[in-house]
Ligand binder design. Sequence first.
Ligand code: MCA
Ligand code: AMP
Length: 496
Amino acid sequence: MNELEIISRARGFGDKVALRTENNEHSYQDLLTRSGEIASALLGESGDLREARIAFLIPAGFDYVTTQWAIWRSGGVTVPLCISAAEPELEYTLSDSQSTVIVVTSAYRDKVVSLSEKLDLQLLVVEEVSASFSDKSLPEISPERRAMILYTSGTTSKPKGVVATHLNIQAQIESLVEAWEWSPDDRIPLFLPLHHIHGIINICSCALWSGAAIEPFTHFDIDTIFNRIKSGAYSIFMAVPTIYVKLIQALESMAVDERDMLVNCFAEMRLMISGSAALPASVHEKWTGLTGQKLLERYGMTEIGMALSNPFHGERRPGSVGLALPKVEVRLKNEQGDLVSVEDEPGEIQVKGPGVFHEYWNRPDITAESFDDGWFRTGDMAVIESAYYRIMGRLSVDIIKSGGYKLSALEIEATLLQHPDISECAVIGLPDDTWGEMVAVAAVLELGAKLEIDELRRWCRDLMSTYKIPKRLLLVEALPRNAMGKVTKTTVHDLF
Ligand code: MCA
Ligand code: AMP
């Protein structure tokens, strides 16, 4: 049967351990069997889901992977939801993607019951799926079909659904497996969220494509990770810069004996990678000083997968993101729209290749605007210095990167304006040693109103994921505006 490559490769790994948790081990064969069962349940009487969007709210682990594979094997499109999302965010994603089914573990049933009724979605609790299925009942899936929609915040107020086909996903995986020399001997922890590329592709899918073993965790807990590092559990480690900052802080505050032991264990890993946001050269150098490990920094985006990476063999330069990855073409275009052909001249990063996404879901105009003659316009600026790309910043002031999450200032502002005491506001990202950028808001209050940051944060909790909630509030008489009446965000920065 013509089946997806990640599935046929899994058959070859058979009894090898795919997922290891504190109490359990699951083999590749277990993933195949269980995902077949869930696929049968999703199909019901139908022979093929024909790209129906199937949303799922499931923490990292066996149920996550088997649900993801089940959706793919039954011809559906995965819409992974953020575990910590607030109800209005879930409702938006489910409605915008026009999902017809939501799959959850029993622990999340209560969180989505009323939403599934409101939106007329079928609610499937994964533990309740019975153990019966036959391979023959599964449809053939051509790799050109849509496979996944990930929601990404950006220059529009509401997040956009980024649609990837199976071919896009395979190209993204193959590029990284080749560049970073993944092997069946690899063992990796997975503590990053599974509604973004970093967790889904770079860690989970690359590992499973390669026959490696994953240790899934529901969240990042430094003591748990340290314990596993001490027992030599991992060969590869991938994290966002904030996590390296937190690891450094924890190591530096430890007794010397314990630190030495941990540091030696970090040093033994074959590869440690940082990405999703800029890794300050100082953090990179501090990590090398502590552990002897030269971090490999890479650059990517939801729409393109990974594009640039420091080499696995060769110089890994602090502050740089290296060179184009296999299967990826990268160019820079300057403000005048000319191709940059010399070193040290900045330009926008544009990317082409089989890993570049198919479309923004139901947004043909924005999809068309995002390409320049077939090249995806990332909105990130870079220069080439001594052959390596270095990221210089973003074209949009309305995008904030906090702890690796990309946040839209416009989306946060739209929610804050629902607060009865706020009459106007401007959200910005302030430079921050731990988060990279910290969400901050300057607000004008209604006449006579009073508002403090703690109260605002409490109010936000029902409306947005906690990582989007402003950490600083500055009350102002008026927002700075230019002659056209537009808020000047650089001046808002200065006010803080
Ligand atoms: C948690 N908090 C945050 C963030 N994370 N605040 C701002 N920004 C954040 N990123 C807040 C919580 O709301 C909470 O606030 C307090 O910090 C403690 O929360 P906790 O969950 O315990 O924090 P943590 O476990 O230390 O989380 C930090 C983290 C997490 C592990 C760095 O933010 C994370 O997993 N980030 C990775 C995101 C990611 O994978 N991005 C990839 C997308 P309170 O105390 O008030 O409740 S980018 C991508 O995929 C592209 C393609 C790429 O290039 O990779
Ligand atoms: P996302 O849309 O969540 O996929 O985030 C992608 C964005 O993260 C990119 O457009 C960059 O702005 C940023 N990014 C990812 N990796 C790096 C990196 N190594 N250095 C600087 N910025 C990065």
